[in-house]
Design a protein around this ligand. Structure first.
Ligand code: 26Q
Length: 853
């Protein structure tokens, strides 16, 4: 058995035991008085909390306090906190049932949640009680919370954005359910080999227990795959089509609470896990081939086994398409059968729900909803399309053409034959509309078609999404404009009103309150605490930028955050961070377009200038450069770049001529947990992608909100950050997007920059000489070779401008008062970048009337 389970069996082949899923309650009125008491949270006192905690520890974990492990303590604490949130969750659900409003179904293949305990404590306001309780029990709260392994169910920006958005919707009391995938293994754990190469280890986030999830096997959903389609005549003799699937799996929902910030609200995040259906059990007994049958079980469970670690370069893998259909089919069925009232008239569906498509990953939801309406509810095409085309909105997170998903039709044919038929029919109707709007324009039809013929026949998921969606949005102003004018211009001409922008945002709860409690306290002592849910109020800090006393306190906070990071680095990576250095941070996925190599060239150049005697070491601004980045395991060049950064770090850090004034650290396994430690310590934020390539960026927002000043290109949301903070408080460099386009249209020759800029020449030569690779020139070959002959993202063209901007940074940093002023103004002026504001924009521009904030 390779890629098909043993079988075949159709769903109707077996008699699954009939379970009774009706919500029936007690069979007669309860006589006990307690039955009439609604669920209330336990008392919010230390005594009550200690009692609840010990009960969880003793009777939940089976561990007496004095024999309990840290993990027992963590699990018991998590469950105790969870029980305090439970009343909010039940009440929110009951309230939403009683007063239905249009709901948001946020469909995302990734939710990069980060640790849950701190967030639950912050939002419920229980932090102090818990600290006191643990203290009273002689337990170390810091150690206990460090036990938690974050659910790394996402790659990077897109997954974290989904987590920030559901946080904001709960805080704003908007009715929302997040739908996604419960991967057994999230994003890989990154370790470095002794010579500095990335190695991937499995992320076993479930191994020590998952106290935040509520499995709900009695709400399992069946998902079909494969088989064929056929025509038949229905009772009234109308010709219809139906899907005869070959195999199926079960989707088990796992629910997570999404608490709002101190507002008594808890929404739901529902992640799906694949299990074998009962067909597999029968197979075990009937086939006589027990071993094959058990392997079939594994086959089903493979679907949600692992998160694909590629971000931005999708590969046409069958399992990935299975994942996408699996979670989307589960979610739509769950919504229609589990959330909508029984007997609901589906013609009104668009008044009840809007499914937000987080990139193209969940776009199969479109043909799936069509299939349900056509094949299972017997609707005619026009009516089904009328409904479907009002239920979806699509967010595009990229500008790289190679990042747009195209699925080979032969894969669709094999896995989802009925969906492919429906996609063809959607395309035929759509192309008719294009023909009417632009008669005789055959080329346009080819450009716009949902089906492409080259390099092989495939389904362009972004086109399908755009055709079906009521709104298509980019994630920052520049990207939304380029999306409209360069990526999907034909669609924008046909439907200009569909296209809009919603600039990304980040949760101030997680990235300020949780990550930087000292900054939170300083802000709150200065302007009150209203800013936490109304981030524009950070503006009230502006006058304090000119107050020397406030600046001194701000610097003290930064210094503590640096010391906290140093402590962590000492414990976990056995690295001693220097004290008093400018902390220069570049944390994000590793990708050529983000240009970690440009930063590497900067570091190399500084070092080269010192060791060749052209730059006196006393003139070098003491600087700690922190990198954090995972490379997709199959992305060769990205992994070579990591290796080279690590080699350069090893040499630079240990060269006595540098006197410790330039220190380079590559923090392994950058994730949300680490972001929360690194970002608050940053002075300088590196946002140096090639203009026109980074859709938005969100790390740029987190860093600015934490008082790091940006050195950046005119790209993504940097454009808006600079507009808000002002030119004086932002180090701009590099070509603009039109300049990039012009240079590329003339034929970019990286070698010419190497030849004409001596500083660049020397830096590259030093790397190429093998200086950093123990004399091994070949080890530096891939990166150097690519830069000199290809340099797809024009790092060499922006090098000079970048170096000059770094010189301006150094001059500015030499004046602590002026620097603090810039940093404070960054905090004060970045309130716009709250994900609460993003959510208001989605409500106003995308989700339309009915979604209530
Ligand atoms: C698709 C198909 C197959 C395998 C993997 C994928 C895949 C997975 C993840 C494709 C893309 C991603 C992630 C993309 C992403 O994180 N994009 C970033 O989204 C952020 C939030 O909008 C932006 O701020 C970033 O600019 C953008 O790069």
């Amino acid at each position: 058995m390779t890629d098909q389970p043993v079988g075949p069996w159709a769903p109707e082949d077996h008699d699954a035991p009939t379970l009774d899923f009706r919500r029936i309650g007690p069979s007669r009125p309860p006589s006990h008085p307690l039955a009439a008491v609604p669920a209330v949270a336990p008392e919010r006192t230390v005594d009550a909390f200690v009692r609840e905690f010990l009960e969880e520890l003793n009777f939940g974990e089976g561990a007496p306090l004095e024999r309990s492990t840290l993990n027992h303590q963590y699990l018991a604490l998590a469950r105790t906190v969870r029980s305090y949130l439970m009343a909010d969750w039940l009440q929110t659900a009951a309230r939403r049932r009683a007063q239905p409003a249009k709901m948001v179904g946020y469909l995302s293949a990734e939710f990069l949640l980060g640790r849950q305990l701190g967030n639950a404590l912050l939002n419920s306001g229980l932090t102090d009680i818990v600290e006191e309780s643990m203290d009273a029990l002689g337990l170390d709260f810091g150690l206990i919370r460090a036990q938690e392994v974050e659910p790394g169910l996402g790659n990077g920006g897109l997954g974290r954005l989904a987590a920030c958005f559901v946080d904001s919707l709960a805080t704003m009391d908007v009715s929302c359910i997040g739908y996604g995938i419960r991967y057994d293994y999230g994003i890989f754990r990154q370790v470095f080999t002794p010579d500095g190469r990335q190695q991937e280890a499995p992320d076993t986030w479930l191994a020590l227990g998952a106290p935040w999830e509520f499995p709900n096997p009695d709400r399992a959903v069946q998902v079909d795959f494969g088989g064929h389609t056929e025509g038949y005549a229905d009772e009234s003799g109308r010709p219809r089509r139906r899907w005869v699937p070959a195999w199926n799996v079960l989707g088990i929902p796992y629910n997570y609470m999404v608490p709002g910030y101190r507002n008594g609200v808890a929404n739901t995040l529902r992640l799906w896990s694949a299990e074998a259906t009962h067909a597999f059990d029968l197979q075990i007994f009937n086939s006589g081939n027990y071993v094959d049958a058990v392997r079939a079980q594994t086959f089903a469970e493979n679907i949600t086994k692992v998160l694909y670690p590629e971000d931005s370069t999708p590969q046409g893998r069958e399992l990935r398409l299975q994942q996408q259909y699996f979670f989307v089919a589960c979610s739509i069925k769950d919504y229609l059968h589990g959330t909508l009232p029984q007997g609901f008239d589906l013609t009104h569906l668009p008044d009840q729900i809007v499914f937000q498509l987080n990139d193209t990953h969940p776009v199969i939801a479109v043909p799936e909803l069509m299939r349900l309406l056509l094949d299972e509810h017997g609707m005619e095409w026009e009516q089904a399309w009328e409904i479907t085309s009002r239920c979806f909105a699509y967010t595009c997170h990229t500008l790289l053409p190679e990042a747009l998903e195209v699925w080979p039709t032969k894969l669709f044919e094999k896995l989802l034959p009925r969906h492919l038929e429906i996609i063809y029919a959607i395309n035929a109707h759509f192309l008719d509309e294009v023909r009417q709007a632009f008669p005789g324009d055959e080329l346009r039809l080819g450009r716009m078609s949902i089906i492409t013929e080259y390099p092989e026949k495939g389904v362009r998921m972004a086109h399908l999404a755009t055709v079906a969606a009521t709104r298509v949005n980019g994630v920052a102003e520049l990207q939304s404009r380029l999306l409209r004018d360069k990526v999907l211009p034909d669609f924008a001409q046909l439907w200009p009103e569909k296209f809009t922008n919603v600039t990304n945002g980040v949760s101030p709860r997680r990235f300020v309150c949780l990550a930087a409690p000292l900054l939170r306290d300083l802000i709150t002592e200065t302007i009150g605490d209203g800013w936490v849910t109304d981030l524009d109020r950070l503006r009230e800090l502006e006058p304090y930028a000119d107050d020397p006393a406030f600046r001194a306190r701000f610097r003290a906070v930064k210094q503590s955050n640096k010391e906290r990071l140093a402590t962590l680095a000492r414990i976990f990576t056995k690295v001693d961070l220097p004290d008093g250095h400018l902390v220069d941070v570049m944390v994000k996925r590793l990708h050529e377009y983000k240009r970690q190599t440009l930063k590497l060239l900067h570091v190399t150049s500084l070092y080269e200038q010192v060791i060749s005697g052209r730059l006196p070491i006393e003139k070098v601004t003491p600087r700690l450069v922190i990198f954090g980045a995972k490379a997709a395991p199959g992305y060769f060049l990205a992994k070579e770049i990591i290796f080279l950064i690590n080699r350069v770090a090893a040499v630079v850090n240990n060269d006595p001529r540098m006197q410790g004034r330039l220190v380079v650290v590559f923090a392994p396994n950058y994730n949300v947990t680490l972001a929360e430690k690194i970002i608050p310590a940053a002075d300088l934020s590196e946002q140096i992608s090639l203009a026109g390539k980074e859709a938005s960026g969100t790390g740029n927002m987190k860093l600015a909100l934490n008082g790091a000043v940006t050195i950046g290109t005119d790209d993504g949301a940097n454009v808006e950050i600079r507009r808000f903070v002002g030119d004086d408080n932002f180090f701009l460099f590099g070509m603009t997007e039109p300049e990039v386009a012009a240079l590329q249209s003339h034929g970019y020759v990286p070698g010419s920059y190497y030849q004409s800029d001596p500083e660049l020449h020397r830096a590259i030569d030093l790397i190429a000489s093998g200086h950093f690779t123990g004399g091994d020139r070949a080890a530096a070959g891939p990166v150097v070779g690519d830069l000199l002959t290809n340099d797809r993202f024009l790092a060499l063209a922006d090098f000079r401008s970048y170096l000059e901007a770094q010189t301006r940074v150094e001059a500015a940093y030499a004046d602590p008062e002026a620097w603090s002023r810039m940093a404070i103004l960054n905090v004060a002026r970045c309130g716009y970048f709250s994900s609460d504001r993003s959510m208001r924009d989605y409500i106003d521009r995308v989700w339309g009337t009915g979604v209530r904030a």
